[in-house]
Design a protein around this ligand. Structure first.
Ligand SMILES: Cc1cc2nc3c(=O)[nH]c(=O)nc-3n(C[C@H](O)[C@H](O)[C@H](O)COP(=O)(O)OP(=O)(O)OC[C@H]3O[C@@H](n4cnc5c(N)ncnc54)[C@H](O)[C@@H]3O)c2cc1C
Length: 250
């Protein structure tokens, strides 16, 4: 725990004095526990001190245009079938999946805005499949924001050889469908949540962080200062991710 404390202190966001308080200890313990199970975790620290406004960096990839678009998930709680339209290997065990969001009845491409998932930032979806006669459900966080890839959303999923849904996805071919439902989760990010945001993630736990970071950077009014501490088994697991346009830009 002490070496993790040092790491967090080195990030420059919080000092050791704060981490040694009961509140600081509590946040840190939650953070470490979440990394240990290899899923997403966000630890946010609202500090009393006012910080320098962050420099907003421009990125042409983060231009969103969805104001009037049909939001697929928050309005309907049933399972939706979404078609896999692209699948790209990003590493030896991780694929990027692109799914098409079904258009509502009467939708005319080019006239109506393309449908969006409509997930609040920080929330995720459920993906379900019948495997060996059982209905299996797992959570995934889209890495695209609404409108970023019009009418579609992306998932970045690590395949486990003996896993259920991740293996099922890895065996899917373009044109096949999966069942999707959402939104899920208790945490919702908004620009007024805190001045500083410290995120600690392990492995595929990066996806919720990625979504929050992108949303924050795309919002010119958002002055939140963000820091990310990210752990992986080895560099090969994230090599592609390091060279995404977002990682290059920031
Ligand atoms: C909020 C949230 C968001 C998430 N977002 C993402 C995301 O964006 N991308 C992502 O990749 N993951 C994400 N995850 C993780 C995801 O939900 C799944 O946990 C992950 O894909 C593994 O699911 P699975 O069904 O393939 O494996 P599981 O069936 O759950 O198996 C998990 C592990 O146990 C092993 N195992 C399973 N059955 C056995 C057995 N009988 N004997 C021995 N070992 C076994 C498997 O090999 C595997 O290593 C997220 C999780 C949460 C909670």
């Amino acid at each position: 725990m002490d070496s993790i404390k040092q790491l967090v202190v080195k990030s420059g966001l919080v000092d050791l004095k704060y981490l040694n308080t009961p509140e600081g200890e509590m946040y840190l313990q939650i953070a470490v526990a979440s990394v240990a199970v290899g899923v997403a975790l966000a630890l946010y620290l609202a500090t009393a001190s006012k910080s320098e406004p962050k420099k907003i960096l421009e990125s042409p990839e983060l231009t969103l245009s969805t104001t009037e678009a049909h939001a697929m998930l928050p309005t309907i709680t049933d399972w939706h079938r979404m078609k896999l339209v692209e699948k790209t290997a990003l590493s030896h065990n991780t694929n990027l999946y692109v799914f098409e969001i079904p258009r509502p009845t009467g939708h005319v491409k080019g006239i109506h805005p393309e449908p969006v998932l409509g997930l609040p930032i920080g929330q995720h979806i459920s993906v379900s499949a019948e495997i060996d006669g059982k209905n299996i459900v797992r959570s995934y966080t889209p890495t695209t924001l609404d409108g970023e890839d019009p009418g579609r959303f992306h998932l970045l999923v690590k395949a486990y050889e003996k896993g259920n849904i991740s293996r099922y996805l890895s065996l899917l071919t373009v044109g096949q469908e999966v069942k999707v439902k959402g939104p899920k989760g208790k945490f919702v990010y908004d620009r007024d949540l805190a001045d500083h945001f410290l995120m600690i993630a392990g492995g595929t736990g990066i996806t919720p962080m990625y979504q929050i970071i992108k949303a924050s950077l795309a919002d010119k009014e958002d002055k939140t200062q963000m820091r990310l501490i990210y752990a992986n088994v080895n560099e090969d697991d994230i090599r592609e991710l390091l060279y995404t346009p977002l990682a290059r830009a920031y």
